[in-house]
Design a protein around this ligand. Sequence first.
Ligand code: CP
Length: 334
Amino acid sequence: MTAHASVLLPTYPDNWKRRHLLDLESLSAEEIVTILDTAESLYKAYTAAGQKLSLLNGRTIANLFYENSTRTRNSFSLAAKRLGADTVEFASSSSSVSKGETYIDTAKTIEAMGVDAVVTRHATPGTSHLLAQHLNCSVLNAGDGPHEHPTQGLLDILTIRQHRPNFKDLTVALVGDIAHSRTARSNIWGLKKLGAHVIVCGPATLVSRKWESLGVEVAHNLDKILHRCDVLNLLRIQFERQDTRPFPSVREYALLYAMNSERMKNSKPNILIMAPGPINRGVEITPEVADGPHSVILEQVTNGIAIRMAVLWLLLGQSKRTTPAIRQYEGVRT
Ligand code: CP
């Protein structure tokens, strides 16, 4: 730890080598634990300081979002500012995308303004990996279609660890629209690496047997698995990614899968109720459960800032500023 305006900051981990955060599939358990530990240390330091930390002073982070967001976008922005960085906010709807500019040209244009990291969300799987091949700066995946949402996975896992530190004894059920969920994939990769037992549960149209190949248990009847679950992560039905309805009606889905007071009575007494958000009250969760004593949904949101502070600092904290905009001006006479 080093001193910073009378607070202790974490020491930059010697073993951290990554420049991008694209998924949890490629991270080791050790790297995941480093991010979780860094998140807690940085958030404590920020809280103790009562002011912005200066760890990323002079750095700029661009949010390049092609899909809507409340939590991820705002928390990346706040995380960057709490580390002393500047931010650029890009929204495709009000940009030159409407004039035909491509995703990569848009990202390169933003990079040429001198940004150190691009945080990107896009409906197409693999887009953040593509950007990492075309840009010199760091790339962070804020959700690529149904593929991965690594910072969501990390903030979910941090929230679980704060309540249930021993992953090897845990059964975590991801309930709902597994087929279209990037949160499910990132949770599965991260939780399995830390040793948890993971169940994916939902209608057969949204949870196929192929998930077993990732080492998870597949279930279609929530009431039959509930008594074994330490954590339930309730995922939204992503109608926007579906051409046809995967079940006859929302009411029928809620009857079979919504977490409600009746199901709480049949759960473990200390069950944790989570949801990545946005939540649809009355569909995957009823208001009394969402707002009840077992719910950690708003803790997840707070942990989103801590995790995003950690990944921004780990990716940028020791790197040199080598963006094209910096290089262009290195040789200019004054
Ligand atoms: N959980 C999540 O990604 O929320 P947003 O879409 O609001 O960012």
